[in-house]
Design a protein around this ligand. Sequence first.
Ligand code: LLP
Length: 436
Amino acid sequence: MNRELTEIKDGRLFFDGCDLTQLAEGFGTPLYVYSQNVIKARAAELREAFLDGHPKNRVAYAAKAFCCTAMLKLAEKEGLCVDVVSGGELFTAIKAGFPAERIEFNGNNKTEDELKMAVGYGIGRIIVDSLQELDLLEKICRAACRKARVLLRITPGVKADSHDYIVTGKKDSKFGIPLDDDVILPYVKKALDSEWIDFLGLHYHVGSQLFDNSAHLAALDITLDLALKIFDSFGYAVEEINLGGGFGIQYTTEERKPYRYFLEPLMARVSDFCAAHGEFSPALVIEPGRSLVGEAGVQLYTVGSTKDIRGVRNYAAVDGGMWDNIRPALYGAKYDALLANRADEPATKTVTVCGKCCESGDILIRDIKLPAPKAGDVLAVFSTGAYGYSMASNYNRNTVPGVVFIKDGRAEWAVKPQTYEYITALDVIPDSLSEE
Ligand code: LLP
């Protein structure tokens, strides 16, 4: 498991200088905890690998991995751009003080309202995902008398090695424009000819939680071929290529590859291309989500009931579950954990950590070795910073836990926990129900 910035003192687990047992007591559980220093270390690594010495390049943090105003403020302060995929994420970015020109809007089937919002704020890039969207965007821009800076998202038709639900680059995908010449080229022309669209280039994203750079490299080659085709057909050299995200992290035994492993060969490939084709000098953009925040997050739970089914399995139930982390149920995702209050005790018992949702599939960790858990213990689950909070729900009308940001021993709320009043605040009893 990722042990970055963790230490054990007097049997208690510390993370970024904070005693996690004390955090559980003070802020309550379940709780999402994020180390600002881990996020900042990832941002620094990205600057070094991709931005320093490459002034045109940009890193757009994929907000879908973890989105709240505090996170986007941190991303902004670290000099990143932000990639949003909904009106809600866009609104959060604006609320966090992100300059509009550093916001990039991705996603298939953006609604008319979302596109109007994006054009209204004058955001930096709109990554158009479909042919209809280009028409709709042009209409909105014309009505608003505002130009939009656009990339076209293509489906490169490569299959990355990851869970099927998070592989997006293969041809049979709901994302992106297929690469058949008679499909893509007329749209490039349309974008180039439009007085309301400033066509800048191409975008692809091959998948998520990747440890091998071959899918990225294959997709880049396909994109560069298309760039040449566009140049030959219309005399326009694309000015920007967005390579998406997808860089893998360590949940249990995986080995996170440094950003350089992915980025150096991609940048080298583009340099070679530019050397061979002097007209080209595109800016490169990446959209890391998981790799910026995943290992920065720890989730804290309190153990409640335990149940040993002799000869079958030992369960330890915690006060959270699939509503605060759907990933194990949805993807079979695996996590590692420790008891934060007994962190130096030998792990002598194999237990399955389950949540408290009314659902047998509400298992957070299957068969993990821990010191025999008992009621009141604090379970710390590692590498939970990506797609946990952001995919949380109110299933069983459970409240979404709060988020605490920690740094050098200091802990503060970044998102307050929901309350029962909050989750019923929008409920309405229709008049027709009260009339009888
Ligand atoms: N850019 C685009 C266009 C994307 O679709 C995604 C992720 C990213 C960037 C960021 O990818 P990352 O660096 O985080 O791998 N809920 C799933 C992951 C879904 C990813 C969707 N797109 C999970 O929990 O594993």
